[in-house]
Write a protein that binds this ligand. Structure first.
Ligand code: ATP
Length: 204
């Protein structure tokens, strides 16, 4: 599958500043692209646009030639958010949170170190790192073809961070899932990504 961004521009309505101007990117599902830019330059905004949470002011975002916004039901582009507590419904038990994914395989839960006892808990009864594992698992449903990983491991200690990225890398390579990774950790991006794109050039 191919993900294409053609001349995408975006600005938050109440602000004067353009976040993205005519930004283009084309990537395949065997690629892992690292997005680098200083804080506040629009990395999260770009991820939200690609995942369909925001609509570009102009330009288009296509998955195999079809507009991402035209996908109904499960979106093959899944975003993992920087703050997992904002990405889950606090009223759902973790068992139900996982069901929001696309038939997530039990082996994925196991590989991410999710303990069975956690399934009956509510999001507020887990640590940030534990909750993030659930968000990762939920995003790795059957029909996922691209993963947007926005600072997904900042709340994890170094060992857990490396375990989780090792698993993710193996998984996306095996299943041909393309990845866009955002991190201020340059060493991590170099290890994980096949190439890197600078976002600050997208703004004039
Ligand atoms: N809903 C919003 N309304 C108005 N402005 C916003 C909104 N969300 C983000 N912004 C602004 O848009 C700019 C880009 O934000 P974004 O979160 O995309 O940056 P980022 O590169 O991901 O930053 P960081 O590295 O700090 O996470 C920032 O100046 C931010 O203040």
């Amino acid at each position: 599958m191919k993900l294409e961004l053609n001349q995408v521009s975006y600005q938050y309505k109440k602000e004067n500043k353009k976040i993205l101007e005519n930004f283009s990117l084309s990537m395949g599902d065997t690629e892992r692209v690292g997005l680098i830019a200083p804080s506040g330059y629009g990395k999260t905004t770009l991820c939200k646009l690609i995942a369909g949470y925001l609509t570009p002011d102009s330009g288009e975002i296509l998955l195999d030639g079809r507009r991402v916004s035209s996908y109904k039901g499960y979106c093959p582009i899944q975003m993992i958010w920087q703050q997992p507590e904002l990405a889950v419904n606090p009223r759902l038990r973790m068992r139900e949170v996982i069901l929001e994914g696309d038939e997530v395989e039990p082996r994925i839960l196991e590989a991410l170190g999710i303990e069975k006892a956690w399934m009956d808990r509510f999001p507020t009864e887990l640590s940030g790192g534990e909750l993030q594992r659930f968000c990762l698992a939920r995003a790795l449903g059957k029909r996922t073809r691209f993963l947007l990983a926005d600072e997904i491991s900042t709340m994890l200690d170094l060992i857990t961070q490396s375990q989780i990225w090792n698993f993710l890398l193996k998984e996306v390579k095996q299943r041909q899932i393309g990845v866009i990774a955002v991190s201020h950790n340059q060493a991590l991006l170099e290890k994980v990504c096949t190439r890197q794109v600078r976002l600050d050039y997208a703004i004039k």
